[in-house]
Design a protein around this ligand. Structure first.
Ligand code: SAH
Length: 486
């Protein structure tokens, strides 16, 4: 893969400023060893008008195949893939290793150059973009670049094969070298949006350090944070909360996009319909009331809508909301602070992860898991089952999740798409029932099912839910069912 950076003379800058800032001598080619290959820096062109720096990266496919971060989905994929040829996170790593001083704004010999805007042009021959050229423009244009993105065909000799997902990209601006490198460092992996590896909180620090001077004001900052942090919602929320520490308004969360999908569906049906999330809250309230549950824990409480709703119903004496995301809890806290004093007293909010055993979740009459399980990686779901059904073990557990079959009736959702970018899965009714039956059996619960929202004759309800009971709650559930039958 290759990155070319051109610097053209202006009244206030000389093309060789580029070589000072890059800490690389224009007459030499230099090689560097990277963890997954080698990099070479050289200057294919250098005169009084224009200086071009080339960073060429050769990826070693064997080293790549051994790295745990690139296991791939098929046995061959670690060996045969696009990674050595396209500009993605590996180019970011190479920039950090080979042009680290420039990226971090250090130039001991000519410190005055660090903040000097230069007339720069970056050329990247092959850039993967999940989101096409419109995303390329959305990401780079707000930063002041003139953007030229040209889609590459799959193979020039076989035009009938159509286009590839790759673009050749040229970005031009009068900008500091540091800013250009920061933008590439963050936005190349964002464009690529590879799903291959797990990231930790260290990546939030990286994003915030490299984005310190520009990300807070970027119109696509929520998308940038989500993709850079590999769609780990808790990390994305943390990053956005830290970007917001200066008090700017709350970012639009991806929850809004989910509500939007469901609301479009609602509008397309009957205009007087109650929103689906409100119908879920009413359903929860009714089931809790039928069981006389007074102490409730809302697991994955998000922004606290259910928590504050239940606090306004005196049937519930206490409600604790639990979520892994500090940003969501902060919003929930603001919502709770708006309640009257006696309602406010009923509410507690705690941070916690549902995939870990947690004694704080014990001793409640009921636990609610509303639109949460689909946000958990399938391989971690058994840990959630253990934490909720074996350890917290409330006598009544309510679980709701989207019914995938009903997506077909939701306008604006392309076939096969999920309702929310953070969903790890969406189950059809049979899968949800099988999961619920197994969990109930393994943990000594009885389970019944309920539809939430208007049921489509073929696809079923938009939200499917299960009521798990054990012990006395089980008898109460039987009584409640009998009453309804009467
Ligand atoms: N129950 C709320 C929010 C649903 S969104 C509602 O109905 O509106 C899913 C929520 O689950 C998010 O707030 C997310 O932060 C939280 N979540 C996801 N994984 C979690 C985990 N492992 N532990 C705790 N909360 C989690």
């Amino acid at each position: 893969m290759l990155l070319l950076i051109d610097c053209t003379a202006t009244d206030t800058s000389h093309p060789l400023d580029l070589s000072w800032l890059a800490h690389k001598h224009p007459d030499r080619a230099q090689d560097f060893t990277l963890s997954q290959g080698t990099a070479r820096v050289f200057y294919p062109h250098c005169d009084a008008q224009r200086c071009t720096l080339a960073l060429q990266v050769e990826v070693d496919p064997v080293a790549l195949s051994r790295s745990s971060s690139h296991r791939g989905t098929t046995p061959l994929e670690p060996y045969v893939n696009d990674r050595p040829y396209v500009s993605s996170s590996m180019l970011s790593t190479a920039i950090a290793q080979v042009l680290g001083s420039a990226l971090n704004g250090r130039c001991d010999k000519r410190p005055e150059l660090v903040d000097r805007p230069l007339r720069l042009r970056a050329v990247l021959p092959v850039v993967p973009s999940r989101g096409g050229d419109s995303l390329v423009h959305k990401l780079f244009a707000p930063l002041g670049y003139t953007v030229r993105a040209t889609r590459l065909s799959l193979d020039d000799r076989f035009t009938e094969w159509g286009d590839s997902p790759y673009f050749s990209l040229e970005l031009s601006a009068t900008i500091t070298l540091r800013a250009l490198l920061e933008h590439l460092y963050v936005l190349l992996p964002v464009l690529d949006d590879a799903q291959h590896y797990w990231v930790g909180e260290g990546e939030v620090d990286k994003l915030l350090r490299k984005g310190e001077r520009w990300l807070a004001d970027h119109p696509e900052r929520a998308l940038v944070a989500a993709r850079f942090l590999k769609h780990q919602r808790a990390l994305k929320d943390l990053a956005l909360a830290r970007l917001d520490e200066d008090g700017s308004p709350e970012p639009a969360t991806e929850d809004d996009s989910e509500r939007e999908v469901e609301q479009r569906w609602k509008r397309s049906e009957k205009s007087d319909r109650i929103p689906l999330d409100a119908q879920r809250r009413e359903w929860v309230r009714d089931v809790l009331a039928a069981h006389g549950a007074r102490r409730v824990v809302d697991l994955g409480c998000g922004e606290g809508k259910l928590v504050t709703y239940l606090a306004q119903h005196s049937q519930v004496a206490h409600i604790t909301g639990v979520d892994v995301s500090p940003a969501c809890l902060e919003i929930a806290q603001k919502r709770a602070d708006k309640l009257g004093p006696s309602q406010r007293e009923r509410v507690a909010l705690i941070q916690g992860s549902l995939v870990y055993r947690d004694a704080r979740l014990q001793g409640f009459d009921a636990a609610t898991l509303i639109e949460v399980i689909e946000h958990v990686e399938p391989e971690r779901l058994p840990w959630l089952e253990d934490a909720v059904f074996a350890v917290a073990r409330a006598p009544l557990v309510l679980v709701s999740t989207p019914n995938r079959e009903a997506n077909a009736a939701m306008p604006g959702l392309s076939p096969g798409a999920m309702r929310h970018s953070d969903h790890r899965f969406e189950w059809d009714r049979a899968t949800f029932r099988a999961w619920s039956d197994r969990v109930a059996k393994e943990h000594g619960y009885t389970v019944t099912f309920a539809d939430v929202g208007e049921s489509h004759p073929e696809y079923g309800p938009p939200t499917q839910s299960a009521i798990f009971t054990r012990g006395t709650a089980q008898r109460a559930n039987a009584n409640a069912n009998e009453e309804r039958a009467v």
